[in-house]
Every structure is written in structure tokens, then in C-alpha cells.
Design a binder for this molecule. Structure first.
Ligand code: AP5
Length: 214
């Protein structure tokens, strides 16, 4: 199954992608993580996208479609994948659907006010990418990931003003992608809940798997 998780920055796409990965047994392709890895490794790609990423702007469509389609052609994606953060523009959606048609698009809906509160308190594992929140979902030991024991960190683009810019871009560029999948009969809406486990239950329902919270 090729499943894409849509939603504003901070809606919980990464958190829910990790949950679905275990349920569906397919890999996650998180474009934000692929791009951040390229920046860290200082590849040509990394250098060319640095300014866009750090200011919360989107990187060019052709570049990201090329990156995702190459990744989807790899052996471990033969039974599908979970796309986190892609497609993010109508042009990306139309391009990928010609090569690898998405089976289901789940949009996680959360208010802008809640997004700002979530992202300005978010912490992320430097190794396994598990996400936490200083208040709603803290690590058991401060600074250490519960899943893998690595150090946790914060993202540069989780600064309050940059988060507001990311939301403006989401509403103008990414919301039309929902209509694209609605017209194809592939859109499912999941209202983001206060508790992560409650959203997981709705995600399980959306993809038709049993929810057992393990
Ligand atoms: P990317 O890394 O994809 O960031 P994003 O979409 O802005 O989303 P986030 O990763 O910030 O949030 P999330 O929805 O995964 O939420 P999370 O689960 O962490 O992209 C970064 C940049 O890369 C873009 O700005 C752009 O420059 C570039 N880029 C990426 N893809 C691109 C594309 N396709 N085209 C062009 N450019 C692209 O949760 C957030 C917080 O909330 C966490 O602290 C978590 O613990 C907490 N939380 C989660 N669920 C709940 C809940 N139910 N209740 C309470 N707290 C919760």
C-alpha cells in the first residue's frame, strides 16, 4: 500500500508515520528527513536547499519528485511505503501519481494555534527520529530518547516566526493537494486528537488495520 500522510507542519505526520510503519510493514519516506540528511552531509543537493529549508520555504518540485521516485523504486518499497511530507504541492501530486499512484491519502487536521504550541515544544531523536514534546509527550529521562537511547535535539525551523511562515505556505500550497485526492476518491480525514494514542486509533481505522496500541 502506498499511503501519504498530509497535514500542516506539526500535525503529527512523523509521529503517526512511525505507528503505521509497524502496522503496515512498509518503510517511511519522510522528505524533510531526506533533505535534512543531505544538508548535514553537505552534498551539492544539501547546499542548494539550505536557505529554503531554514526559512521554512519549499524546495523545488522537480528536485523532490526525483528524490522520492528514486527512493520508491528501491527494493524495500516493492510492497509500498508511507510518504511523510510528500506531495506538498499539486504539481508534486500530479507528477508522482503518474509514476507511483498513491492508494490512500490521510490528512491529519489540527488548528494553527495547536500547531504553534506543538512545534515550539517539540524535541526529536538524533538517531531514530522519534518525536517528543516537552509538555504533552516528554521523554522519561530528559534529553534521552525512550525508543533508542540516543540524544534528543530541537529543529531550527521550529522557531515561532518560522513556524508561522510554514503555516502560510501549508495553507496556500499544500491544502489544494487534499482536493486532488478527494476528487480521486482517495482522501481520508483524521482529526488530530489531544492524545497521540487516540489519533493512532483513527489512523488504524483509516487504513483498515486493527488497533491494539502495541
Ligand atoms: P518536514 O520535516 O516534512 O516538516 P513539516 O511538514 O513542516 O512537518 P513536521 O515534521 O514539522 O511535523 P509533523 O507533522 O511530522 O509532526 P510531528 O509528528 O513531529 O519538512 C521540513 C522542510 O523540508 C519544509 O519546510 C521544506 O522546506 C522541506 N520539504 C519537505 N518536504 C517537501 C516537499 N515535499 N516539497 C518541498 N519541500 C519540502 O509532531 C509535532 C509535535 O507534536 C511533536 O512534538 C509531537 O510529539 C507532538 N504531537 C504529535 N501528535 C500529538 C498529539 N496527538 N497530541 C499532542 N502532541 C502531539
Amino acid at each position: 500500500m502506498l499511503c501519504t500522510i498530509l497535514g500542516a507542519p506539526g500535525a503529527g505526520k512523523g509521529t503517526q508515520a512511525l505507528f503505521l510503519k509497524d502496522k503496515l510493514g512498509v518503510p517511511i519516506i519522510a522528505t524533510g528527513n531526506l533533505l535534512r540528511d543531505a544538508m548535514k552531509a553537505e552534498t551539492e543537493l544539501g547546499k542548494s536547499i539550505k536557505d529554503a529549508m531554514n526559512s521554512g520555504h519549499l524546495v523545488p518540485d522537480d528536485l523532490i519528485v526525483d528524490l522520492v521516485s528514486k527512493r520508491l523504486a528501491e527494493e524495500d518499497c516493492k510492497n509500498g511505503a508511507i510518504l511523510d511530507g510528500f506531495p506538498r504541492t499539486l504539481a508534486q501530486a500530479e507528477a508522482i501519481d503518474k509514476i507511483f499512484p498513491v492508494d490512500i491519502a490521510i490528512s491529519i487536521e489540527v488548528s494553527d494555534e495547536e500547531i504553534i504550541s506543538r512545534l515550539t515544544g517539540r524535541e526529536i531523536c538524533t538517531k531514530c527520529q522519534a518525536t517528543y514534546h516537552v509538555e504533552y509527550n516528554p521523554t522519561s529521562v530528559p534529553g534521552i530518547c525512550d525508543r533508542c537511547g540516543a540524544m534528543i535535539t530541537r529543529r531550527n525551523d521550529d522557531d515561532r516566526e518560522i513556524v508561522k511562515e510554514r503555516l502560510v505556505i501549508y495553507h496556500s500550497e499544500t491544502e489544494p493537494v487534499k482536493k486532488h485526492y478527494e476528487d480521486l476518491g482517495k482522501l481520508k480525514i483524521v482529526v488530530g486528537q489531544k492524545e497521540v494514542a487516540d489519533t493512532q486509533r483513527l489512523m488504524a481505522e483509516a487504513v483498515g488495520v486493527k488497533y491494539d496500541n502495541n
